[in-house]
Design a protein around this ligand. Structure first.
Ligand code: ME8
Length: 510
């Protein structure tokens, strides 16, 4: 049976425009989804928008729109952003859709029936910006005299009737889960943080609000709307057809990975599994909290006006170079800085010079001097074996890195072969062999394009359009591009199309 793979991104708040941070998560999830598809797995990849809550209601008011019209507009911008990043999602969920409200109501009722929800009162310090309550000990008072959460968000005292979820009952079971499944929370830094938080004890969670109305109504008590995080987390089930547990797509549950930014790992690694345990539903296999991008050394924020939109970057640098940069710049899980200089440097060194040049000089040499056909191998020499071994072992090393979601490491493994090919072509010097030993020249060129084929196939998830172009130039049939075809080879003497450059060098406009 085909193994299933279900991966999700966070659903993004529609209180502001999409930016490079959102695109980052979407691209990383996209690379994982495409990689699994090429491995032959049955993939479901979900993204979407989170449209309820006080924050969205307030943003809509500021824009002079009703929250639904406001959400429709911003949600469409997120949809456009993921389209322009060439994201291969299978579904785009919106929490204002009827299917989602039905799923939230059903899950709520299931928790209530299990005795996991009760009515009480909530009072405490609430930060609207974070949609979260904070303990007194977490707050600080700024120079402006305003009380703030650790995130910098201003807080205000709130008291209201509220339903509670019996989160406190789950601390032991959650800790046991983290112990038994060591990779449930990744990376390790997030795991440690969550574990010490849970060890500190959990309080019951306030899961409804009466102070505003933009949300999913609590079944049987319409004065309350559900806390936006309860609503939001449920989206991962909604998209599979919950509450219809017979729905075909429910076979994708439990999710393999919830990919999120590290600031919301807590919600996914504590609240969500506790809710699922309480409802008697299977738990996701992994929660991965990736790092944060700053822009030119600064935190991205509305007030600084430095949130990078993706379209101008795609227009200037090209889509695939941008996708590449996002995953190449720092180990997946770490924070990184998005700077124009770093981006241009990566593009020119690793794409234009290393890979682009390798493909260009090999393929145009074949076009000019080897009859524009797939050259035939001769007697191998030791240098050939070293290169062939490196290429033959690469798929396994890349797959092992991807299993750990070490996306940057996967790229680094591939680049080891790219660099080895460049060293090989320099040492073997086919331009000299052309005069002295044409049989050997053909053999060298063949080894090079076999490596390019492996590189092109493995890089498809990262740079789908450009790698399609490379594989076209190598004459690789569309049916021979998934990972099962990696061990196959090119066909002796098959004609090769006219090559053209893959990655132009970026030159700063003067
Ligand atoms: O938190 N660097 O939505 P959100 C890297 N609706 N990633 C970034 C980033 C940055 N500077 N800025 C944003 C929410 N992200 C909730 C989620 S899920 C059930 C509900 C990415 O619009 C990153 O994935 O605030 C982060 O977790 C997400 O956008 C936050 O999006």
């Amino acid at each position: 049976m085909t193994q299933r793979y279900y991966i999700t991104t966070p659903i993004f708040y529609v209180n502001g425009d999409p930016h490079i941070g959102h695109a980052y998560t979407a691209v990383a999830a996209d690379v994982m989804a495409r990689f699994r598809r090429l491995q032959g797995r049955d993939v479901w990849f979900l993204t979407g928008t989170d449209e309820h809550g006080q924050k969205v209601e307030a943003a809509a008011r500021l824009a002079g729109l009703d929250p639904q019209a406001f959400s429709d507009d911003i949600s469409a911008r997120f949809r456009a952003m993921v389209r322009s990043m060439n994201i291969s999602h299978d579904d785009f969920i919106r929490t204002t859709e009827p299917r989602h409200k039905a799923a939230c109501a059903a899950l709520w009722q299931r928790l209530e029936a299990a005795g996991m929800i009760y009515l009480g009162h909530y009072e405490g310090w609430y930060a609207t910006r974070d949609e979260a309550f904070y303990g007194e000990d977490e707050l600080s008072i700024g120079a402006d005299g305003i009380k703030r959460a650790p995130t910098g968000a201003p807080v205000e005292w709130m008291r209201e009737p509220s339903y509670f979820f019996r989160l406190s009952a789950f601390a032991e079971r959650l800790l046991a889960l983290y112990e038994e499944n060591q990779s449930f929370i990744q990376p390790a830094s997030s795991r440690n943080e969550v574990m010490s938080f849970v060890r500190g004890g959990l309080r019951d969670l306030s899961v409804s609000r009466t102070s505003f109305t933009w949300g999913v109504k609590v079944p049987g008590d319409p004065a309350h709307v559900m806390y936006v995080w309860i609503d939001a987390l449920t989206n991962y089930l909604t998209a599979l057809g919950y509450p219809d547990e017979q729905a075909e797509r429910m076979a994708f549950w439990p999710a393999d990975v919830h990919l999120v930014g590290k600031e919301i790992t807590r919600f996914h690694a504590i609240y969500w599994p506790a809710m699922l345990m309480a409802a008697g539903l299977p738990l996701p296999r992994h929660v991965f909290g990736h790092g944060w991008w700053t822009v030119e050394g600064e935190k991205m924020s509305k007030s600084l006006g430095n949130a990078l939109a993706v379209q101008p970057l795609i227009d200037e640098f090209g889509l695939d170079p941008l996708r590449f940069f996002l995953l190449r710049e720092m180990p997946f899980g770490n924070d990184g800085d998005f700077s124009r200089r770093a981006l241009i440097n990566r593009l020119n060194v690793e794409l234009a010079n290393d890979l682009g040049n390798l493909a260009q000089r090999t393929l145009s040499f074949i076009a000019k001097n080897a009859g524009a056909i797939v050259p035939v191998r001769g007697e191998p020499q030791p240098a050939d074996w070293a290169l062939r071994d490196l290429a033959a072992g690469l798929p396994e090393r890349v797959a092992a890195a991807m299993d750990r979601m070490a996306l940057q490491e996967a790229l680094e493994e591939i680049w080891k072969l790219v660099r080895a090919c460049n060293a090989y072509i320099d040492h073997q010097a086919p331009w000299t062999l052309r005069k002295t030993d044409p049989v050997r020249m053909a053999s060298v060129l063949r080894d090079l394009i076999e490596c390019l084929r492996v590189i092109g196939i493995l890089l498809q998830p990262f740079m789908p359009d450009t790698m399609a172009k490379l594989l076209d130039q190598l004459g690789v049939a569309a049916t021979a591009r998934d990972f099962s075809a990696l061990t196959e080879g090119l066909v002796d003497n098959a004609p090769l199309p006219q090559p053209s450059g893959l990655f132009p060098r970026f030159v700063e406009p003067v």
